[in-house]
Structures are given as C-alpha cells and as structure tokens.
Design a binder for this molecule. Sequence first.
Ligand code: KIV
Ligand code: NA
Length: 276
Amino acid sequence: MARETVTTLKEKKAREEKITMVTAYDYPSARLAEEAGIDMILVGDSLAMAVLGHETTLPVTMDEMIYHTKAVVRGAANTFVVGDMPFLSYHRSREDAVTNAGRFLQEAGAQAVKLEGGQEKLDVIKAIISAGIPVLGHLGLTPQSVHQMGGYKVQGKEKEQAERLLLDAKLLEEAGVFALVLECIPAPLAQVISRSLTIPTIGIGAGPQCDGQVLVWHDLLGITQNMKPRFVKRYADLYTHILQALKAYKDEVQSGKFPAEEHCFGMNSAFLPKLY
Ligand code: KIV
Ligand code: NA
C-alpha cells in the first residue's frame, strides 16, 4: 500500500473515510502497525510514560525522541510517521523549533511533526511549515501543560473554553497544519470543530465524529496494567498474556522441561572431549 501523504489524508476526510492512527515507539511495533494497514504512526512523547517509566511526558528529550523515531521509520518505511515534538523543543525560539522539527525529518526520516498548542504557538507553527515541514496540531488536553491545567482533565466543557478551542482550531487550520489532534474534549464540541474545518481531526477521547482516531499502543493492546482512562478501548490483554508466558518459561526452566531435545544442537560423540 502506498504511504499516505498530507494530501491523501485530506482527501480521506472529503470522502468521509476514517483515518486510523496509533502510537509506536520501536521497530517491531512499527512493523505491526504497517502490516495492519494503519494510516499514520505517531511516535508520541507518551514514550516518556508508556516506555520510559516517567510520571509525565515532560522529561523526554529530543535525542530520545529521535532515537525512537529512527527505529519506527525502519519498521514502517511505507507508513506516514509523525514525530512528536517534546516539551521545550519548540518553546524557546522559532529558530530552535525549526531546527528540532527538522531533525525528525532529516535525521529520523519522519514525514511530519506534531506539537501542542493553539494561538500562542502560531508563530513557531508557521515557521516550521515555511521550512516545508508538515505540522500536526494538538488541542484540548495537552499533556505537556499538565501542571498548568492542574491535572489531566477534559477540556472545553465551559462556553468560553469551548469557543477558545474552536477559534484555536480555525487559527491552526489557517496557519497550515495538515490535521489536528483533539484530545479529551466533549464529543459534541469535537463534532462542531471537525465540521468547521477542511483538515482532518484525529480524536483521542473526543468522540466518533472526529475524522480519525488515535490511541496509545500500550493502552490499545492492554500492556499498561494501571487504571484505564474512559476513552481507551483495550483490543487485547497483552499484559496478562505476557505475564503468563514469562511464568511458564520460568516454571519450565526450573523444572527442566525447557530446553527440550528439539531446542538443542547435537554433535558426533567421537569428537566430544573427555570429562576433565
Ligand atoms: O504522545 C502521544 O501519544 C500523543 C497522542 C495521545 C495524541 O500525543
Ligand atoms: Na504527545
């Protein structure tokens, strides 16, 4: 299958064909996402929490993001890969933002970058786009601002907040983002925003009227064992499967059942040295 582009993704919206996106952080997961025919892979800064064990997304660095994006691109050469710009990689200056965004394409081989924020980020978004780098916007619950938001909460439930979100979405579209992630906003608001834009919206906790959906790899596959947020659907229970497999391995090694004959290499006994 040919890799999606910013153009084919917009065409999907026009045809009312849903866009599928999943996060991935390494080679095997990227291969699986590509084989499943997922439209877009996000190397999310959720890497910090899902893979690196941090409490928030804030600690993950540009170098870590690039390292993982490279692995994903090796596994999914025919899939549209988006690198997620980490905290403080696009906040200091436009120049810094363009340099960091460029690394995702130049060093890691991604097709686009994502960054969080609305009106206050228009300057850097325009600078990145004018460098020829496609930008995926991200509004609603923006985890890099967790401390400012006072926790992970649904955004846009009040009139003023809802209007702000719609305005931000319009401004991002005008600035030239090719699509927009909407995270944890009421479904009816996501519908209004999606209908007000010609670029696709990709929802996570934003209802079925978005033009596409994204989920975090570990959530969708049931690898994360801790509490499941309302918006996640687990399509597998890999945590339990992996745990069972590891326990079976441990038991079989301890009991001597593994390795069995079929796992062993033999040799001509004439060539076997004598016991020392
Ligand atoms: O980092 C991430 O995984 C994300 C998605 C949840 C949109 O930003
Ligand atoms: Na993210």
